[in-house]
Write a protein of this length. Structure first.
Length: 225
């Protein structure tokens, strides 16, 4: 019994095996090439000594499997692109809205201030917060409601303890809860207005351009106002 030639590319393009001018040796057969090859092999068979049917069917099954995987990959890629576009469209509705992002620093402009919130621990007797400049110097201090188990908001207007306007730049917020066990540092969230939405490459997610905070992953947002 004869054997079906499995070197499909060479069978279709014998001259290219030496020159490599028609296609690169690593190129994959498409469906049309595969069917053409199988047809030519069937025509060339000796009726008295036909090829191995099992091998022929095996080649067809292998090609179908590879073709199916490629089709699935293409479908998943198209689905990912579609989902990303949908997310971008939905996120565009966030432009102009205020969001909360975990962090303790923000940029103060020539006007306005820095707002945010904290979750007050249970058993808190007092909550103090300080605003520090880029040198670590305290420029403002204040207090927040000590309601344990609830959120407390802070709003610094940009003025120092002396009543002067603080210089533009980056400032850090430190919040301390006074409990029966002593002072405890409390994580903060900073508020900012979404100025634009940036669409990255597939799989990289969306990025929000937030006033005073810069570029922040949309996944980092904890609250939308």
């Amino acid at each position: 019994m004869s054997t079906i030639n499995t070197n499909a590319y060479t069978a279709l393009n014998p001259a290219s095996a030496d020159t490599g001018n028609s296609k690169q040796s690593g190129d994959a057969l498409d469906q049309a090439d595969f069917l053409k090859l199988m047809t030519e092999q069937l025509k060339a068979q000796d009726p008295a000594n036909p090829g191995d049917t099992g091998e022929f069917l095996g080649q067809m099954a292998q090609f179908a499997s590879v073709s199916g995987i490629q089709s699935l990959q293409q479908t998943m890629s198209e689905l990912a692109t579609s989902l990303q576009s949908t997310q971008a469209l939905q996120a565009s509705g966030m432009v102009g809205r205020t969001v909360m992002v975990p962090g303790d620093s923000a940029t103060l402009g020539s006007s306005g201030g820095i707002d945010g919130q904290v979750d007050v621990p249970y058993g808190t007797n007092a909550v103090n917060y300080s605003v520090l400049n880029h040198l670590g110097e305290r420029v403002y201090s204040g207090t927040l409601p000590a309601n344990g188990g609830e959120s407390a908001t802070f709003s610094w207007d940009g003025n120092t303890d002396n009543g002067d306007r603080a210089a533009s730049g980056n400032y850090r917020i430190e919040v301390t809860a006074v409990t029966g066990e002593g002072p405890v540092a409390v994580p903060t969230q900073i508020a900012g207005r979404v100025e634009s939405v940036l669409l990255g490459s597939t799989g990289s997610g969306l990025t929000l351009n937030i006033e005073g905070l810069g570029k922040i992953p949309a996944s980092a947002v904890t609250e939308l106002r």
